[in-house]
Design a protein around this ligand. Structure first.
Ligand code: AMP
Ligand code: GLY
Length: 428
């Protein structure tokens, strides 16, 4: 099958890599815009992920049969609807929800109301906008601490603010609604109870009726070791998650995954794609913090190596409403990925530094380099983003897998390179 993947990060490299590993040459992969890593698994195409016209034209000219959307942006902007509503494109299988379905990620208020309609455990909340601003002040004054404020729309991962006192919450509330701190994204605000627990990421691929469960993962979001400092897009991940035992996963399935997929079906929401459940374990009970309409990054860089089934076969089955026929195989070993980032990230950083990779022969069996913010400049791979690349390794346990990833990272060099070598620290 000819497949086009939209995106250019480590997630897209890992998806393309999984297809290359498991398709026995049956699938041909294109990635747009891709990166030098994805170019090792297929052909890169130079189109923006929101250039729907250009993507459609490319698909027709190259007989693409399936499109897999990596990030949320094209989905929230209606890429799926563009394909489905266009007579010449609608035969192409599109993996990613409709614009309406993508609101599970694109609107926190939509997601919270959906969870409430389907009794899916989540933090108690109330929604405010400009018209209800005055009501919000006494609500915040009487709220238990800390208070979680969330801009409704996409805010480049910065729209969640956890306030430790009432004054700070009221100030932040004003900044979001009245001063449009996050632009239109923050003109509606969800005020939410703080949940104290440990987070994990759970993934399914669904056709809006059935689903397959993919391996779960835990992401490390903070820049500093032992989970300190600023939030990032994710500095590393482990899979499986040691505390997600069978009993806990069963609770997640019955209380969260099934009611979510059934809810999509009952509400006739067109959704063929991934659902990323951002969950938190509070006293043995799972709660939903957020939905994303895509896979996680860097979680995909541990999920795809563990998945021993061709993700393209699963996606095709989803598109053809045959998911109930599918089963998946998972490598039982532990995978740990560590992300190397540009010096200064998540603040400002420079790009364009030459990356020195070890020779392929010195990368041990069971370790994989996934590229993220990289590009080719004058025949050299150079840094081109905050999160530059990651190394995923397998091991019998977290400590062994982490040790192997670190050993490979020690052989990779670029100016300003930084990584957290403590990924998985609480499980060692
Ligand atoms: P989000 O943008 O929804 O992924 O939120 C970013 C991060 O904020 C989450 O990964 C959590 O660490 C934290 N967070 C969000 N909502 C809550 C909550 N209700 N209680 C505690 N932490 C939260
Ligand atoms: N790693 C978190 C995310 O992809 O949103």
């Amino acid at each position: 099958m000819k497949i086009l993947i939209l995106g250019s990060g480590g997630r897209e490299h890992a998806i393309a890599w999984n297809i290359q590993q498991h398709s026995n040459g049956r699938d041909e992969v294109f990635v747009t815009p891709g990166n030098p890593g994805t170019a090792q698994c297929g052909a890169n195409i130079n189109l923006s992920i929101t250039d729907f016209e250009g993507i459609g034209k490319f698909c027709l000219e190259n007989l693409i049969e399936m499109v897999i959307a990596g990030p949320e942006e094209p989905l929230v902007k209606g890429a799926c609807d563009f394909f489905k509503k266009n007579d010449s494109l609608k035969h192409i299988h599109f993996i990613g929800p409709s614009q309406f379905g993508a609101q599970l990620e694109g609107s926190k208020a939509f997601a919270k109301a959906f969870m409430q309609r389907h009794q899916i455990p989540t933090a108690a909340y109330k929604e405010f906008k400009e018209e209800s601003f005055e009501e919000g002040i006494p609500y915040l004054q009487n709220h238990s601490l800390p208070i979680v404020l969330k801009a409704d729309g996409l805010a480049a991962g910065k729209g969640v603010v956890i306030c430790q006192n009432h004054e700070e919450a009221i100030e932040e509330f004003g900044a979001m609604i009245q001063q449009a701190k996050f632009g239109d994204a923050g003109k509606r605000v969800v005020v939410e109870q703080f949940l104290d627990g440990i987070e994990l990421s759970v993934f399914v691929l669904t056709d809006g009726k059935d689903y397959v469960l993919l391996p779960e993962a835990k992401d490390y979001k903070r820049i500093g070791e032992k989970d300190t400092g600023l939030n990032t897009g994710g500095m590393g991940a482990v899979s499986p998650v040691p505390f997600a035992d069978d009993a806990f996963m069963q609770k997640i399935i019955t209380r969260i995954i099934k009611p979510t997929v059934d809810g999509l079906h009952k509400e006739n929401i067109d959704y063929t794609g991934f659902i990323f459940f951002g969950l938190i374990k509070v006293n043995e009970e799972p709660f939903t913090i957020e939905y994303n309409c895509r896979m996680g990054d860097p979680e995909t860089e541990v999920v795809m190596p563990r998945l021993q089934t061709n993700i393209a076969d699963l996606c095709l089955a989803a598109a053809q409403n045959r998911l109930h026929e599918m089963s998946t195989e998972t490598d039982s070993r532990t995978a740990v990925t560590m992300m190397a980032v540009s010096g200064g990230y998540p603040g400002s950083f420079e790009k364009g530094f030459k990356i020195v990779f070890p020779p392929a022969s010195s990368i041990p069996e069971g370790s994989i380099i996934f590229q993220a913010g990289t590009k080719v400049h004058e025949q050299q791979v150079v840094t081109n983003g905050g999160r530059v690349l990651c190394v995923t390794s397998f091991g019998e346990n977290v400590a062994e897998a982490a040790f192997r990833s670190k050993s490979v990272l020690q052989q990779i060099k670029f100016d300003g390179m930084y990584y957290r070598s403590d990924i998985g620290w609480e499980f060692m």
